[in-house]
Structure formats: C-alpha cells, structure tokens
Design a protein around this ligand. Structure first.
Ligand code: SAM
Length: 231
C-alpha cells in the first residue's frame, strides 16, 4: 500500500518531535520508516553520500550559503570565538566553501583546519591554504581526532551526520582545556529542532543565541569545557 505524502510527512514530524533520540522498539521502527521516506527525496537535511554533495555543489545548490542571510549567524560564531578562544586553533567541521574562515580572516586564529566530505566544495580553497590554514576532504564521522583544538565549529553541518550527538560528544573530547564547541543549527526543520533538543539533553550549553530573519531562525550554541569561566 502506498502511503500518501502528507501522512509520511506527519509521521516524520511526530518522529522528530517525540521519538528521535529515545530508545524503544517504536522509535526504532518509526525511525526506519522515516529514513526510507527521507531517502525518496534529496531535499531533506539528512546524511547523504559525498558524491551527491559534490553534485549539489557543482550544480550551485549551495551557492546561497555565500549570501547575506548567512552573515548574521556566521558573525555570531566569529564574535563568540573571538571572545572565548581568541587567536586559538580552530577545527571547522563541514566547512563547505570556507565561509567561516573567510569571515574570520587569517588574523582570527593561530591555526585553522577545515574538513568536509565534499571535494567539490573545497576545490577553490587551495589558494587560501598557508602554513596556518588547511582544508582537507574527510568524513567528519570518521575523522581521527589526534590533536586538541581551542574551538571546534559545526556551522550548519550536524544534521548531515548519521550520529550527530555521538559525533559531537566525540569531538568534545578533543577540546583543549579552555576549549569551546560552537555550532549553528537552523530551526526550520523537525530534524534540526530534534537535534538541538538532544544536544541540550547531552551537553550543558553555556550560551544559546537565536538569530532570526523574516523566514527562519538559527540557533548558535556554545559548549565550553570550563563553563562560562572562560568568558
Ligand atoms: C549546509 S553546508 C554548510 C557549509 C559551511 N559550514 C557553511 O556554513 O557555509 C553542510 C556541509 O557539511 C558537509 N558535510 C555533510 N556531511 C558531512 C560529513 N559526514 N563529514 C564532513 N562534512 C560533511 C557538506 O559537504 C557541506 O559542505
């Protein structure tokens, strides 16, 4: 029996509102149904293959990330980082076309590493690389964390991970003593709101800033190993 699109969409909303991040047979069964629904379209904020990211970047589907609407939440990330971990080392997870590094400028850090699963997104960034600035192609969920970082940023990337919360927890272990995680999550989708809810149940955030425009809002959250003592 073919389930109509409106019913699929309703089940998806109910799943992310009440079941995502919980453990039960119901959550498991509904979760698998939702995953199948999401696999039918390439327009959800869910994990996709790196080759599909490449195709989307090549087709200009992410050009809007260079637009003016992205500036406010990027500016909040840059400002908070300046205050919480000035001139520190930065790991930008899911860095895309390097918008954060551009907004930060080379004087904003002692060392910057951007990682992204899409080689196409990083293609034009080799000219920005220097002894302090690097971009590499890697899946964030398998990226080996061999160093410590003062700031780890997830700007609009967490939704695309299979295990966003576990990934965040793994990266939190790679923070330096005064280190901070800063993430941005837009709030227009049920999955994004569910991920924010689960983060807040898992990592104590020291700050949550909401940036809004006429159509949507973004939440910029901060987790600090030392609480607000670093502020
Ligand atoms: C919405 S874009 C945001 C890009 C950038 N942070 C920005 O704000 O302009 C999400 C990025 O996450 C990357 N991404 C998705 N899944 C990933 C993964 N498993 N590992 C690393 N990067 C990933 C995508 O290739 C894409 O560049």
């Amino acid at each position: 029996m073919k389930i109509p699109e409106e019913i699929r969409s309703l089940i998806r909303r109910v799943y992310y509102r009440y079941l995502y991040g919980t453990e039960s047979l119901l959550a498991d069964v509904v979760g698998r149904f939702v995953q199948k629904t999401e696999a039918l379209s390439d327009s959800y904020d869910v994990p996709i293959y790196s080759s599909l990211w490449d195709r989307k970047y090549a087709a200009g589907r992410w050009d809007f990330l260079r637009g003016i609407r992205e500036v406010p939440h990027l500016s909040v990330i840059v400002g908070l980082n300046q205050r919480l971990a000035p001139h520190g080392s930065i790991l930008d997870v899911g860095c895309g076309e390097g918008m954060l590094q551009e907004q930060m400028g080379r004087n904003g850090y002692s060392k910057y590493l951007g990682i992204d699963t899409s080689a196409t997104a990083l293609e034009a960034l080799s000219i920005r690389c220097d002894e302090r600035t690097k971009f590499i192609v890697h899946d964030a969920e398998t990226f080996p964390l061999e160093e410590q970082y003062d700031t780890i940023v997830f700007c609009e990337s967490l939704y695309y991970f299979t295990q966003p919360i576990e990934t965040l927890q793994r990266y939190a272990k790679a923070l330096s003593f005064n280190g901070v995680i800063i993430f941005s999550l837009y709030q227009s989708s049920p999955r994004a709101r569910a991920i924010l809810r689960c983060i807040k149940q898992t990592l104590p955030l020291v700050m949550e800033v909401r940036v809004s425009d006429a159509t949507t809002s973004w939440v910029v959250g901060v987790f600090s190993r030392q609480g607000l003592a670093t502020a």
